[in-house]
Design a protein around this ligand. Structure first.
Ligand SMILES: Nc1nc2c(ncn2[C@@H]2O[C@H](COP(=O)(O)OP(=O)(O)OP(=O)(O)O)[C@@H](O)[C@H]2O)c(=O)[nH]1
Ligand SMILES: [Mg+2]
Length: 407
C-alpha cells in the first residue's frame, strides 16, 4: 500500500483547530483513495514560498521522513504547476495536492458514461497547465494515484492532443446536457415540482432518498459514493407527489475544474424548486460543512429555497441545538421522516395558488403562458373570451391579477 504524508501550510489567518480539521479530512480522502496515512506536516508561515510552497527547512524535514519506499506527499491546498514540479524533484517522490486527490477518487467512483466524461474533462483541465516542461515530474507519478482516468499514454501526449480531447469531451457533455434538458422538460410537463437533496459527502443523502421513496440506491460509508444524479417519484401524501433528486456530494475546497465539469449533473440541483440540505448531525464539523455546501451552491448559481435536514440524530447523544425551522431526522432508523414530507407539502401549498381568469381573445398568449407555467384545470370558451381555472406559482399569478375574476 502506498504510504502518504500530508502537508499543510498554516498562514496567520488559519487557526490551529482549522488546520487540524482540514488535515483530518485530507487523511480521510487519502484513505478513501486507498492510501495508508503515515504522518502530517504543518508549516506555520505568513505566506507560501512562490517556487516551493514550503520553506527549505520544512522540505528537508520531510525528506528525512521518507524511506524511499512507495510513498507520496499530499498537500492540502492547490499547488501551482511549478511548485508541484519543484517539490517532486527535490523530494524525489510524487507530490500531489488535494484537488488531484479528489479528482482521483472521483475517477475511481465514476461508473456511468456521463460520470466518466465529466471526471476525465476535469482531470485534463487540471493536467494541461502542468504538462509544459514538467513532463518528467508528471510521468514519475506512475503506479496508481494520480494516473487513473486519462492514463499514462495521454499524459505524455502533447498539449494539442489534450486540447482536442477536451473539446471532444465538452461536446459529449453538451449532448448529455441536451438529454437531461429533455428529461427535465418531460418532468416539467407533469407539473410535479422538483426537490433536490444536497449536502456534504457522506451526510446520508442517498440513504434518505431510499427511506423516503422506498427505492433502492447505492449508499456506502465512503466519500463520493454517489456521482450520478438520480431522480425518483416521492409520494409526500395521498394526493401529492414530487420528483426527488440525489446527486454528487460536496466537500470543502471542491476543485473548480470539477464543479465546471459537473455542470450537467448539477443542473438537477440548480433547477430544483426546493433544496433539502442534508447534514450529518453526528459529525463534529457539521456547521463548517453546512457553510461549505452553501458556498458551492452559490458558486454554481443556485439560489433555490433551502430546508436544512439534520440527519443521523440516532448517533447524537446530547440534544441537538438547531434553528426552529430546521428538521432533525434519522434516515437509518426512519425517525421523524414524516416531518420532511409535511414541510415540503406546506412549502408547495404556499408556493402555488389556484386562480380563475377571464382572458379576452386578443390576449391568447396569456393562455399559452398558463399552459406552460401551470396546471390548467378548466378552460371554457365564451363570446367575450376564455375563462380558465389554473394552478400557478404565486409569483406568476401575481403578474396576472388584471385578468382575475371570482367565480
Ligand atoms: N447512524 C446513521 N447513519 C446513517 C444515517 N443515514 C445515513 N447513514 C450512513 O452514512 C453513510 C453515508 O450514507 P450515504 O447515504 O451513502 O451518504 P451520501 O450523502 O449519499 O454520500 P455521498 O454519495 O458519498 O455523497 C452510510 O454508511 C449510511 O449507512 C442515519 O440516519 N444514521
Ligand atoms: Mg450518495
Amino acid at each position: 500500500m502506498t504510504k502518504a504524508y500530508l502537508a499543510a501550510l498554516q498562514t496567520p489567518d488559519i487557526s490551529d483547530y482549522e488546520v487540524q480539521d482540514n488535515l483530518t479530512e485530507l487523511a480521510d480522502l487519502a484513505r478513501n483513495a486507498g492510501l495508508e496515512v503515515m504522518d502530517t506536516i504543518i508549516q506555520k508561515k505568513s505566506q507560501a514560498v512562490a517556487a516551493t510552497y514550503l520553506g527549505l527547512g520544512k522540505i528537508l524535514e520531510i525528506s528525512e521522513m521518507l524511506t524511499g519506499a512507495d510513498e507520496i506527499i499530499i498537500f492540502d491546498d492547490e499547488l501551482s504547476p511549478a511548485q508541484q514540479g519543484n517539490l517532486s524533484e527535490m523530494l524525489d517522490c510524487p507530490v500531489i495536492d488535494r484537488t488531484q486527490l479528489i479528482l482521483d477518487i472521483f475517477a475511481d467512483r465514476a461508473r456511468s458514461k456521463e460520470g466518466k466524461i465529466q471526471v476525465e474533462l476535469a482531470q485534463l483541465e487540471y493536467l494541461l497547465p502542468r504538462l509544459s516542461g514538467k513532463g518528467k515530474a508528471l510521468s514519475r507519478l506512475g503506479g496508481g494515484i494520480g494516473t487513473r482516468g486519462p492514463g499514462e499514454t495521454q499524459l505524455e501526449t502533447d498539449r494539442r492532443r489534450i486540447r482536442k480531447r477536451i473539446a471532444d469531451l465538452q461536446s459529449e457533455i453538451d449532448t448529455v446536457k441536451k438529454v437531461r434538458q429533455l428529461q427535465r422538460t418531460g418532468r416539467q410537463r407533469t407539473h410535479a415540482p422538483l426537490v433536490a437533496l444536497v449536502g456534504y459527502t457522506n451526510a446520508g443523502k442517498s440513504t434518505l432518498l431510499s427511506a423516503l421513496t422506498g427505492e433502492e440506491t447505492y449508499t456506502a460509508d465512503k466519500l463520493f459514493a454517489t456521482l450520478d444524479p438520480l431522480v425518483r417519484r416521492w409520494q409526500i401524501s395521498k394526493s401529492e407527489w414530487v420528483f426527488l433528486s440525489d446527486t454528487v456530494g460536496f466537500i470543502r475546497k471542491l476543485p473548480h475544474t470539477l464543479i465546471a465539469a459537473f455542470r450537467a449533473t448539477l443542473e438537477e440541483v440548480i433547477s430544483a424548486d426546493l433544496l433539502l440540505h442534508v447534514l450529518d448531525a453526528g459529525h463534529p464539523q457539521v456547521e463548517q460543512q453546512r457553510i461549505a455546501v452553501e458556498e458551492v451552491l452559490r458558486e454554481i448559481g443556485c439560489d433555490s429555497p433551502i430546508v436544512n435536514v439534520y440527519n443521523k440524530i440516532d448517533i447524537v447523544e446530547d440534544t441537538l441545538i438547531t434553528s426552529p425551522e430546521d428538521l432533525q431526522v434519522s434516515a437509518l432508523t426512519k425517525a421523524n421522516l414524516d416531518t420532511i414530507g409535511a414541510r415540503v407539502s406546506k412549502f408547495f401549498a404556499d408556493l402555488y395558488v389556484i386562480r380563475n381568469y377571464r382572458i379576452p381573445y386578443d390576449q391568447l398568449a396569456l393562455l399559452t403562458f398558463m399552459h406552460e407555467q401551470g396546471e390548467v384545470y378548466q378552460e371554457k370558451y365564451h363570446a367575450h373570451g376564455v375563462t380558465v381555472e389554473v394552478k400557478l406559482k404565486r409569483n406568476a399569478a401575481d403578474r396576472l391579477v388584471k385578468w382575475e375574476y371570482t367565480k
